[in-house]
Structure formats: C-alpha cells, structure tokens
Design a protein around this ligand. Structure first.
Ligand code: PMP
Length: 313
C-alpha cells in the first residue's frame, strides 16, 4: 500500500509507515477480537489543528476493549497524547485518525490471550461519501443484511470482527449501484448505516433511533443531537423538535430529509432510498443547517462547542 502519511504511532513510539507491521499469526487477524476508533482532526482558523471529541473517542476505545476483555497497555492520558503526537508528527491539518488495538501472535487457537499491540495511524482523508454527496446527497438502499442482535454482539463497542457484516452490506449496496446500505434490526426497526448513524426529518421533527436500540451510539450522533437541541442561527428559523424514537422502513421512505452522521461521513444527506427520492430529492434545509453548525464547531468557530476540540500542540 502507498503510505498515506510518514509515520504511525505504534507501541509507544513513532515508526515509519512501512514499518508498522504485524505477523500473519496475529490472533485478531484470525478471530476478529480487536478494537478500533475513527477520529477526525480539523484545521482551525488560527492555531494548530484540533482533534474532534478526542476524550470521548479514547473513552470509547477503552470501553470497547473492556467489552471484549482486552487489556490495553496504555492509560487514557497516554492514548490521548499519542493521538495528538500522531497528528502533529505527520503535519496534518484536516485528517483522520485510526487507533487500533489488536492481539498479536503468541499462542495459536481461539482460547489464546495474546499480547496487545496498539497503533495510531493519522492521515489526510477527504469526504468519506464524496464531496458531491455532502452537497447533493447520496443514494442508499435498505440492506438485506440484518443489524447484529443485541445478544450476539457488543453494540456499544467497535470490535474489528463485528464489521464483516458492514463490509458485506456496503459491498453489495455498491454492486447494486448505491452508495451506502441501511441496516434494520430483526424486528424491522431502522438502525443505522454500515458505519454511520441515521436521522430522519418529517414535518419539523428530527428523529434518530434511541441509544438502547441496535446501533453504535455515535459521537457525531451525540454532537448532532446537542447542536439540534441547543439551536443555531439557521436551525432556530426551522423550529425543529428532536426525538430519539424507533421507526420502521416506511418512515424512511416518507421522510422529508434523511442524513447519516459519523466521524468519517460527518453529516451526509441521503437523497434517494431504494429508488425513491427523499423529499425534494436533494439536501434538505435541516440537514444543511446542521452541517453548517457542525463544521463551524469542528473548526473552532463556535465558542459554545470549543470544549469538543483538543489542539494538537
Ligand atoms: N455506527 C457504526 C456501526 C459505526 O461504525 C460508526 C463509526 N464509528 C458510527 C455508527 C458513527 O459513530 P461516530 O459518530 O462515533 O463515528
């Protein structure tokens, strides 16, 4: 693979991109017990780049590890500092961080509890679902794959192996000509995208599935809810009511607006689902207002949300 950046933080020090390697007998590679995060950093109007909601992402990484009984050999503060180092040492402005903790080689077999290695890659990465998608909206399909059952996966955790279903759903959606797949749970309630949470707007009500449903309660979802509840100059004119409430596939089709939220996807409108145009078939006013407020927050232009930013130096 072409290096995406110069250095990767790995097990306590910066290494050249090419040297951040693991053995083929790494336990995580075979069985999927590993945990990861996706974090973004943003160039600021003045001063160094800042990492968006870094503390919350590191907390989730540590929680994910606890869920699967993995001992990360670094404390919260060390991981936070390592993320800042990874951004700084690669000279990034806008970028993406991928911390990952894996069980490396040691004993073979399912029952082995091998040592844990931690790496943090940081590199420039543009709009995950395309620049055009951010403005005009993407095309999505409801997946034939069902979102993990609460009883067979750690839904609060970002566990490597749990993402096989996301990859399969995303690949199939793309093969069928769509940009993204939407998961429902086994009872038919809408859950989320393959790596994003989902919101709908209908008649002035902004809705997203509740935290206890079969979703990863995303940090961007939380930011969107906080911004929507606090209001902004554009949002206040739209008089939005916010609800965390279950809804089924028909409400997707009937929505005036649908959008995805996630660290990679940021806030991406959906303009069409299963060949049905959503609302007017383009980005809606609530989505646009939330995007504007979100990016102002990420770029340090909103004093109210400055606490979400961790400058890298
Ligand atoms: N759901 C899933 C399954 C995800 O992988 C992600 C990406 N982390 C999200 C939702 C969005 O979470 P966040 O906003 O914290 O990135």
């Amino acid at each position: 693979m072409q290096p995406l950046a110069r250095h990767i933080w790995m097990d306590g020090r910066m290494r050249a991109w090419e040297d951040a390697r693991v053995h083929v007998m790494a336990h995580t590679l075979h069985y999927g017990i590993g945990v990861f995060e996706g974090i973004r950093c943003y160039a600021q109007k003045s001063g160094p780049a800042a990492i968006f909601r870094l503390g919350e992402h590191v907390d989730r990484l540590v929680d994910s590890a606890r869920c699967v009984g993995m001992q990360i050999p670094y404390g919260r503060d060390e991981l936070i500092e390592a993320c800042r180092t990874a951004v700084r040492e690669n000279g990034l402005g806008d970028g993406y961080l991928r911390p990952i903790a894996i069980h490396v080689d040691g004993e073979p077999g399912l029952g082995a509890v091998n040592p844990v290695s931690v790496a943090i890659a940081a590199f420039a990465w543009g709009a995950y679902l395309g620049r055009e998608g951010m403005e005009k909206g993407i095309r999505a399909t409801v997946s034939s794959y069902v979102r993990h059952h609460l009883g067979s996966a750690m839904l609060r955790a970002k566990v490597c192996g749990q993402y096989t279903t996301s990859v399969l759903a995303k690949r199939l959606a793309k093969q069928n000509g769509f940009d993204e797949a939407i998961f429902c749970d086994a009872t038919g309630y809408v859950c989320e995208g393959t790596g994003e949470n989902l919101f709908i707007v209908r008649r002035g009500v902004l809705k997203t599935p509740p935290e206890r449903s079969a979703i990863l309660p995303g940090i961007t979802r939380d930011s969107v809810l906080a911004i929507a509840r606090a209001g902004s100059k554009e949002l206040d004119a739209l008089r939005i009511e916010v609800r965390e409430e279950p809804f089924a596939r028909d409400e997707l089709y009937l929505a005036d607006e649908v959008f995805l939220s996630g660290t990679a996807a940021e806030i991406t409108p959906i303009r069409e689902i299963d060949h049905r145009p959503i609302g007017s078939g383009t980005r809606g006013p609530v989505t646009e207002a939330l995007q504007r407020a979100f990016f102002r927050a990420a770029r340090g232009e909103e004093p109210a949300w400055r606490g979400w930013l961790a400058p890298v130096s």
